[in-house]
Design a protein around this ligand. Structure first.
Ligand code: BGC
Length: 522
């Protein structure tokens, strides 16, 4: 077989048919329901204790920090109360060794130091004034209430939440692995290190990035309708949505049910859909998916995420490429001038090419290859040469790589559509009588829109990601062409900043209400 056919054969392994998509949606809804009923299920369906989405009129100055991927971000956010906000932020890459540190203290003290630096740089006056006052007043209780920044802590890992600013880590994902943090309250871990530096900051809310995205989108989105779902398609993937409280059966009778504010009858649920179908009942599975899973610190877990998100897609492609290079008859990256039997010298892949190393291929390469319409795929060939030590790739090589990259990206988008459709269908957002009666080409009016906020490198940078999602949505039973048009997907940038600030605001309000109630009862 020639290279083009070989590449098509590999690409075909990543096809995920309409029938498979529909089957997966049904299984997704089943696992969502199961997760609402009891604990310990594959999809965790974590109650967040956040019971309302904002409407854009919220005001105030809040802080937010974000840990959950490659960078640690610290921000302060001024909510203007008119759907707008201003944000100041600083960002540092998380040192790789801290992601797998011996103790959680190493990581959390690093985070607290970043918060101190941020305060000194951007809120120096407030910071120095409070530190000075603290030194002279010697108040037992520390800072006065008005001097303290309420901080929303975006912590984007699965956490068993027991209150708005309390929750224990269930497991690490995305390459983090610090054993002694599992089972601990991550808000306390951070607050302890903040207190050790005497910073005027209170960790007021614990926030998953998807919940932040949902809040941020709701604050800024057009129209009166609140947002249904916040979803991340970035280094990892996950979604949080607005659920009816009475469907969250596992809350009834639980020791934390007193912490629930029941006024809206709703609660945001963090699905942790990255672990949807760890059993592989309906998920596609190729030899490359299998090899990748074995290389991770959490084999058998986050199986949905491992087929969708940015941390993994590059590695799937790398494994496919290396397979083709090793099967020399395919001719991928072959060095025509060599007659040796050793694979390293018959290929134009340098011996020290990152492509020989696990995790050596960045997912951004998929976007580059997939989007490359240059003459002779020059852009892809240049990137291969410059970043990956492939010095004489031909146009045919680049085309083969593009074909496989596109297939992997398309499968990821179709899987993303499964999650989106399942949430929309499970919450009955499309089953209005006019839906059944309306023709596919009937225009949709503003009030009928189902709003979804998304963030993450894939939705932002992968060419055509949303269109692939939409193509799949149109084929899903119960969504169809008309339903797909009603689903409005909008990028919600800064979910982990402004979203976390909004939750810190809600938490602050709830704490004040509780205090008033207590005084009233005394
Ligand atoms: C984590 C989620 C997070 C998602 C996106 C996943 O690995 O388990 O908590 O929301 O990544 O960052």
């Amino acid at each position: 077989m020639g290279l083009a056919q070989e590449a098509s054969r590999v690409a075909a392994e990543f096809e995920y048919s309409d029938a498979q998509v529909n089957k997966a949606v049904k299984e997704f809804i089943r696992q969502m329901d199961e997760g609402l009923e009891k604990s310990g299920t594959t999809m965790s369906q974590i109650p967040t204790y956040v019971t309302a989405v904002p409407n854009g009129t919220e005001k105030g100055l809040y802080m937010a920090v974000d840990l959950g991927g490659t960078n640690f971000r610290v921000c302060s956010i001024n909510l203007n109360g008119d759907s707008t906000f201003s944000l100041t932020q600083s960002k540092v890459a998380i040192p790789k060794e801290l992601m797998v540190a011996q103790t959680s203290k190493e990581l959390f003290s690093f985070l607290a130091k970043q918060i101190a630096t941020f305060l000194q740089t951007h809120h120096g006056e407030h910071y120095h004034a409070t530190i000075r006052r603290r030194a002279t007043i010697h108040s037992e209780s520390g800072f006065e209430e008005r001097e303290i920044f309420n901080l929303g802590f975006t912590f984007s890992f699965p956490v068993q939440q027991v209150g708005i600013n309390k929750g224990t880590l269930i497991r690490w994902t995305k390459g983090f692995d610090i054993a002694d943090a599992v089972g601990k309250d991550v808000c306390k871990l951070l607050q302890d290190e903040i207190d050790a530096l005497h910073l005027p900051v209170r960790v007021a809310a614990l926030v998953n990035d998807t919940v932040g995205t949902l809040m941020a989108r709701s604050y800024t989105s057009p129209g009166k309708t609140g947002t249904l779902l916040g979803a991340i398609f970035g280094t990892g993937t996950n979604g949080a949505y607005v659920e009816k409280l009475d469907k969250v059966k596992k809350l009834n009778g639980s020791e934390n049910s007193d912490n629930v504010d029941r006024t809206t009858g709703e609660m945001i649920i963090n699905t942790e859909w990255g672990s949807f179908d760890n059993e592989l009942r309906v998920l596609p599975n190729t030899p490359y998916d299998n090899s990748l899973d074995k290389e991770t610190p959490n084999p058998g877990i986050q199986m949905f995420e491992k087929r969708i998100s940015g941390m993994f897609l590059g590695e799937i492609l790398r494994l496919a490429i290396v397979d083709l290079v090793k099967e020399r008859k395919t001719g991928l990256f072959s060095d025509d001038n060599s007659s040796s039997n050793d694979v390293h010298s018959t290929t134009c892949l340098a011996e020290n090419s990152p492509l020989w190393q696990p995790w050596g291929l960045d997912t951004s390469f998929l976007s580059i290859a997939h989007g490359d319409n240059s003459n002779g795929f020059k852009v892809t060939r240049q990137t291969l040469d410059k970043d990956y030590g492939v010095h004489a790739a031909s146009a045919e090589d680049a085309e083969a790589v593009k074909l496989i990259a596109a297939a992997i990206g398309k499968r990821a988008a179709r899987l993303s559509a499964v999650a989106i459709a399942a949430v929309v269908l499970a919450t009955d957002k499309l089953s209005s009588p006019q839906d059944i009666a309306t023709a596919d080409d009937t225009p949709v009016n503003e009030d009928e829109m189902v709003d979804i906020g998304v963030d993450g490198s894939l939705v932002e940078f992968y060419p055509g990601f949303e269109e692939y999602i939409r193509e799949a949505l149109r084929q899903i039973e119960g969504v169809g062409k008309h339903g797909e048009k009603r689903i409005r997907i909008g990028i919600a940038k800064d979910g982990s900043g402004v979203g976390a600030a909004l939750i810190a605001l809600v938490a602050d309000k709830l704490a004040k209400q509780a205090q008033l109630k207590e005084y009233g009862e005394e």
